[in-house]
Design a protein around this ligand. Structure first.
Ligand code: UDX
Length: 427
């Protein structure tokens, strides 16, 4: 049984801790936020992630998972330290590495025996080399430590599936010394292991997210062209997706990508490229298309409601995608803000989140939220929205406009119920 300290009880730290414990390791997950650790020690989970609570509870009961706010003590007492702290975006788009900095300082100031330091947080190319250099600069001998870059590829809402069915596990190392321990640590993971340099692993992570974002912006641009030619985009996506060189994943057109990873990682990668004078025309275009999706859908709505001032608009779904409570960089929130700017009276409903946004009214009942609404916008594709009772919807709304901003509804069914269906790239 390998003993490991995971630093950070956020989204990545918690899911990784639970999975490593499930793989048979003994995990101590630490965080400076005492209230968070108190919650976890009372069996409460600070984030919404399907199945995570049960997995944590099981491993805590089996004595394989512990929580503590004594970060320094845990770092001192464990020879393997996995860093899973946040690297939020700075104003200029680069990554804020101050949390990483703090942990590295703690490790170098307490190190007494050999340590393997694994960076799980998403960090810009060159960061792990820089961490290695800090150890050397502090006079720590190379025999005393190994730095490993081990990025995560978890999707929120699907994190447990992804962690137990990974398509790869990536390790960036400088020497072969930590490899045996790393293989043992992820023994339960059963996925191809990819070994590369420290910066190589960092680039795999950024390139993956940049490629996924590119697919989405590509899909959105194609959907616009389909819209102009009255072509059903979903047919095109299906046709594209059957080619295994392309694949159907991440070709869903809609409001665009949000969340804590794709927008931030793209901006950070762009920043890293510019620092080395590398041009990023493609990344710029991907972000540009994404940023203009809100306007595109508002224009669609304007075809039937030219003036939004005073209109009651209901938005279903406020998170950046379904099955999460995460509002970070949510395209739905950006849309809501635009609606407010245009003078609309915005009402919202979300299956998990009660949105606390000035000038909006949040509802706990899906159907109550649409009473007397002029238009209903589906901003995230929760299954319960796609399976709505459209006759009931029709009876409650004042005007019956449904704007499908996630391409997830069956337009035919909506129309049969006397509602007006609007979408981009929908016949
Ligand atoms: C992403 C990566 O998928 C994951 O590998 C990485 O580790 C973290 O970043 P996540 O941010 O949880 O995961 O969400 P993801 O499922 O990738 O969706 C990102 C955004 O893209 C969402 O806003 C989603 O609605 C949007 N999206 C996704 C589309 O608009 N179309 C699609 O086809 C897929």
């Amino acid at each position: 049984m390998i003993k490991i300290c995971v630093v950070g009880a956020g989204y990545v730290g918690l899911t990784t801790s639970a999975a490593l414990a499930e793989f048979g390791n003994e995990v101590q997950c630490v965080d400076i936020e005492q209230s968070k650790i108190n919650m976890l020690n009372q069996g409460l989970i600070p984030i919404y992630e399907p199945g995570l609570g049960e997995l944590i509870q099981k491993n805590v009961q089996q004595g394989k998972l512990h929580f503590s706010f004594d970060v320094k003590d845990s770092i001192k007492n464990n020879s393997i330290i996995l860093i899973a702290v946040g690297t939020p975006p700075k104003e200029d788009g680069s990554s804020d590495l101050s949390y990483i900095n703090n942990i590295v300082d703690t490790i170098v100031s307490t190190i007494q025996d050999y340590k393997i330091v694994i960076t799980k947080s998403t960090v810009p190319p060159g960061t792990n080399e820089w961490i290695h250099q800090i150890f050397l600069d502090m006079g720590i001998d190379e025999t005393m430590f190994d730095i490993v870059s081990n990025p995560e590829f978890l999707r929120e809402g699907m994190a447990l599936w992804d962690i137990f069915h990974p398509n790869k596990i990536v390790f960036g190392t400088k020497t072969n010394r930590p490899i045996k321990v790393l293989k043992k640590l992820y023994e339960g993971g059963r996925a191809p292991l990819i070994f590369t340099s420290l910066t190589g692993a960092e680039m795999i992570k950024y390139a993956s997210n940049a490629f996924l974002a590119t697919k989405i912006s590509f899909a959105n641009e194609i959907a616009r062209i389909c819209d102009a030619y009255n072509v059903e985009y979903l047919d095109v996506a299906k046709g594209l997706g059957t080619d295994s060189r392309i694949g159907r994943h991440f070709l869903n057109a809609g409001l665009g990508f949000g969340g804590s990873c794709l927008p931030k990682d793209l901006s950070s990668l762009k920043h890293s490229a510019l620092r080395k004078n590398v041009d990023t025309k493609l990344l710029d275009a991907v972000l540009e298309v994404n940023d203009s999706q809100i306007e595109l859908y508002l224009k669609k709505l304007n075809t039937l409601l030219p003036d939004l001032a005073g209109k009651k608009i209901t938005v279903w779904g406020v998170t950046f995608k379904p099955n999460t409570d995460d509002l970070r960089f949510s395209p739905s929130i950006a849309l809501i803000n635009e609606l407010i700017n245009k003078g609309a009276r915005v009402h919202t409903y979300d299956p998990i989140v009660q949105l606390q946004l000035p000038s909006t009214c949040s509802h706990t009942d899906q159907y109550e939220s649409i009473s007397n609404s002029d238009a209903l916008i589906i901003a995230t594709e929760w299954e319960q929205f796609c399976d709505s009772n459209w006759a009931d919807v029709k009876s409650r709304m004042s005007r019956s406009i449904i704007l499908d901003a996630r391409n997830c509804l069956d337009g035919e069914t909506i129309r049969k119920n006397g509602l007006v269906y609007l979408g981009v790239g929908k016949q």
